[in-house]
Design a protein around this ligand. Sequence first.
Ligand code: ARG
Length: 584
Amino acid sequence: MSSILEQLRTRFDRSLVAAFGDDLAGTDPLIVPTNNPKFGDYQANVAMSLAKRLKQKPRDIAQQIIDRLEVSDLCEPPEIAGPGFINLRLKPQFLQSKLQQMYASDRLGVEPVEHPQKVIVDFSSPNIAKEMHVGHLRSTIVGDAIARVLEFQGHDVLRLNHVGDWGTQFGMLITYLREAYPDALTQPDALDIGDLVAFYKKAKVRFDEDAEFQTTARNTVVTLQSGDPETHQAWGLLCEQSRREFQKIYDRLDIKLTERGESFYNDLLPQVVEDLDKQGLLVEDQGAQCVFLEGYKNKEGNPQPLIIQKSDGGYNYATTDLAALRYRIREDGAKRIAYVVDAGQSTHFDQVFQVAKRAGLLPEDVEAVHVPFGLVQGEDGKKFKTRSGETVRLKDLLNEAIDRSRLDLEKRLEEEDRHENADFIEHVATVVGLSAVKYADLSQNRTSNYIFSYDKMLALQGNTAPYLLYAYVRVQGIGRKGNIDFQNLENVSIELRENSEFVLAKHLLSLPDILAEVAADLLPNRLCQYLFELSQKFNQFYDRCSVLQAEEPFRTSRLMLCDLSARTLKQGLSLLGIQVLERM
Ligand code: ARG
């Protein structure tokens, strides 16, 4: 079943062609939901946009469109308003039959896309031997939601974890550990990642202070990259320890990822240099191999180089990304690649994409996009830190969210004089705590910075995970109270009567359009907003309409609306990586 918007667009397309000829086929009719119910449900703004091209007044254009617009099965007769808006009001009969179809569909009326693509989502991507921080958490949560939405749309999604597992940090770390804790380099369990991070800091201090240490560290990188077995083994152990710690976080958050770190591309780096050279892009500058960038100038106003290979033969972060891009397009067959990485790396991606395009590594029919996100800030608006000024460890952050959610729950149980067993409390506290963290992040437009506040994210009111979970639980409560088997409701036809039912119905039916938008713009906050409004509209409906006490056919019809609301919430939340609760 195609969505309401799609149906309207098709009808407009036909009418535009009938009125103004084939030239206008495929013109976007610019249909958007109205923000005031007075004007109906949707408005089409196409008449205004065509005025110049057709050299006619928008209102006249609108008139010619609606004269040929065949929508009598979907809408009341369209009306022209203001300068030339075309207002559309859906017919109750049409809404009811659409809702019936949605109800009967496993996918809630969301059709898989006609042309599935091979999509790569590059997300999370922490650095080995450094602790995963809040920025990586944001990438992990946002990237996972984007991947889930694209998967649900029917795309073939490869989720790649481009971990920083190569490069200079290993030279420092291995050199330092060789003198300080040689066991760590030969025994699998000698360290945990907390130690590793501390060692990394110490190694960095040595590196910055001690010239001899610096030389040894640099040489170690070269030995590592040339495949020396002992250094390679030490490197492997360090990676393994980090990996185990990262995996714990992924498991808790239910994140699936394929690790393909920077080291994977090591052997492919010379090929990049060769490709760039063949295209005549490579220039030697002070011993380094560079590409001069278009549109980037240094302080002196000279063209700025992107260093591909350093004078010592080593490669850079950008070189690895060029190799990765090449591999993802040629070997994986990706048609769309989304890099969910903090906004601070915008320039990096812009430069990499530019060079890749100029070198023919990134063809026209492949879309590579940086999906940037802003900083996570503390409630004081500054960088998110612990009280003592340290970076917050993800483990601690998740634990704290769960602890606070447990306290809230215990308080609520006491107030309501409810008695629940320990398993229930643990389960609810965990789901609510983790959902709250995820949802707080996803519900913000990712491009802005966001303020991390446990109190706000755990609140039962507002645009929060607990509020949405509660709406779902409310429906399950109705089911328990009325002894309703939602899976086997008698199949009556849905009968809408009250205004709040219409409002809820229309909102439910816009799910496919919202998901299409999220898939296009990669903005999960659009889906959050949709689910938040769904919960509000459901609550309004339930406050105003009796359900269990209503007469038939309204009773069953309303139970169907309840069920549809719950299923839509469950599906939508699962696309955000959030699971629902039956009781809370
Ligand atoms: N490891 C990098 C960091 O922590 C992020 C990598 C993002 N992905 C990429 N293909 N560059 O900053």
